[in-house]
Design a binder for this molecule. Structure first.
Ligand code: SAH
Length: 476
């Protein structure tokens, strides 16, 4: 982050705006709406600026500012597009210790002006650190479209309950939960659908029954995070991530996803990267239970889907046995995510009428699968955790009589920006994948559907277009 986002209290403080055109008018307007005393300077203000002159907190001077005009100044805006005036303004601001912003002259700027979405008292400020203002404007338009007008009113309404809620519920965590239930629950819905009286009745009822003596109960949420692209999270996963007190995650979870968790949630890496055994499965489950029993809402974030080779079943069993309320949220499993992002449909009327998900490893090491049965005609086989034993898998399958030209794909880091897809046959895959120095996580797909990838390319659908998740991110 190149700039620190803050919201300044400028009520009754002096803001100097030098300039007479649209940019100056915008600065004046914004400063006035935040309650500042504004001194505007320009010998020839245009109509837009002049239209603001009636405001009681604005004084306009039909001249260029001089040094003495900056005494007591808190924020100085240069918008004259005149180099000499800009320099005077920046020097004067520095002298008096005012924060300075000069339009389009970054070296004079102590701060930059964000794009703003206003639902007073809710204010959303967006910045790209000056890198691409068009993106900020584009985002602003999207957020504008997304936020119901009523949100500002809801915030103002909720604020009137602050003291009562603080006095009724003394525990900080309990208070946060009450707020969440109020805003996202029935009371919030009633208010946003213009039923303020019913909303008030609901809040009063909730407050009357808020049991402050009862200890806070924890919960455990087993949540699938999908294959890696944050756009492939479910809405539910995202919502719970924003409510969790603690997030336990492992190495399959990329930083882009973790960033979406509630900002002050504790994040614990329980991941087992090769050679660095952070925690055993038993320790992870024990920690999950301990944290939930302490009253936390613990989110166990797992790559893909929690119930597909994710040991979610084992965790669920133990957590439920400890009497902790549990929710399971499915995620896009690697097979579905990698298939889509690599342009390989897992089933196809002409090629595969069934699909098998298998793991290369079991509790006791590399598994001895019956490959002729798995890779039979008309069935796609998806192998999880198989990169390290790709050679052994191919050798076994060939020895068992699986056809040597069976199409095979290896998808490394599927759905992520560094996705690599390799296609070959059962006979050649080991060598070709070996040359590619893949890092994993990687998924193996075997079967005639793999040839569809080439057909998609032949038809002009390039990989970037098939990887919808990626192009959506880049298309901002
Ligand atoms: N629960 C997860 C699977 C966990 S097992 C799911 O439903 O996807 C871990 C294996 O998943 C890895 O060894 C790899 O085979 C596969 N995998 C997970 N994410 C992947 C990704 N982004 N690209 C390729 N393979 C992935």
């Amino acid at each position: 982050m190149d700039y620190l986002p803050v919201f300044l209290d400028i009520r009754e403080r002096l803001v100097v705006v030098d300039g007479g055109s649209t940019i100056a008018a915008r600065r004046v307007e914004r400063a006035l709406s935040a309650g500042a005393k504004v001194a505007s300077f320009d010998p020839k203000p245009d109509d837009e600026l002049s239209a603001l002159f009636d405001h009681e907190n604005l004084t306009h001077y039909a001249r260029v500012p001089v040094r003495a005009d900056f005494d007591g100044c808190f924020v100085a805006y240069g918008a004259s597009e005149d180099a000499a005036r800009d320099t005077l303004l920046a020097d004067a601001a520095k002298d008096v210790g005012a924060l300075c912003n000069v339009a389009d002259v970054l070296e004079y700027c102590d701060f930059i002006t964000p794009s703003v979405v206003e639902r007073a008292p809710v204010t959303i400020a967006i910045s790209t650190g000056g890198a691409a203002p068009v993106i900020a404007r584009n985002l602003r338009a999207r957020i504008e479209a997304m936020l119901p007008e009523g949100y500002g009113r809801l915030a103002a309404f909720a604020a009137t309950y602050r003291t009562r809620i603080a006095n009724t519920i003394s525990d900080g965590r309990g208070r946060r939960r009450f707020w969440e239930n109020m805003i996202e629950g029935q009371a919030g819905d009633l208010f946003l659908s213009d039923r303020e009286t019913d909303a008030i009745a609901q809040i009063n009822a909730d407050l009357a029954t808020a049991d402050t003596a009862k200890p806070i109960t924890g919960e455990a949420w087993l949540v699938g995070a999908g294959p890696g692209d944050p756009d492939l999270l479910t809405f539910k996963a995202l919502r719970l991530m924003q409510h969790a007190d603690v997030v336990l995650y492992d190495r399959l979870i990329g930083p882009g996803i973790l960033d979406l968790a509630r900002r002050d949630a504790r994040r614990i890496n329980v991941g087992k990267s090769a050679g660095n055994h952070a925690m055993t499965q038993t320790e992870i489950t024990a920690l999950l239970i301990k944290l939930a029993l302490e009253g936390n809402r613990v989110l166990r974030l797992k790559g893909g889907d929690p119930f597909i080779f994710g040991r979610g079943g084992e965790e669920l069993e133990e957590v439920a046995a400890a009497g902790i309320p549990v929710q399971v949220v499915p995620g896009i499993t690697a097979a579905a995510g990698c298939g889509a992002c690599a342009g390989i449909p897992l089933t196809h009327r002409d090629h595969a009428q069934s699909v098998a998900f298998v793991t290369a490893h079991g509790a006791g090491g590399v598994l001895d699968h019956d490959w002729t049965k798995l890779a039979r005609p008309g069935q796609t086989v998806v192998v999880y955790m198989g990169l390290g034993s790709l050679g052994a898998i191919a050798t076994n399958a060939l020895a068992q009589g699986v056809r040597h030209d069976l199409p095979v794909a290896v998808i490394d880091n599927g759905s992520r920006l560094n996705q690599t897809v390799i296609t070959a046959t059962l006979e050649t895959i080991e060598g070709i994948a070996g040359d590619a120095n893949l890092n994993g996580p990687a998924l193996i797909i075997m079967g005639d559907v793999v040839t569809m990838r080439d057909k998609l390319s032949v038809n002009g659908v390039q990989e970037e277009q098939v990887s919808l998740g990626l192009s959506a991110q880049q298309g901002l």
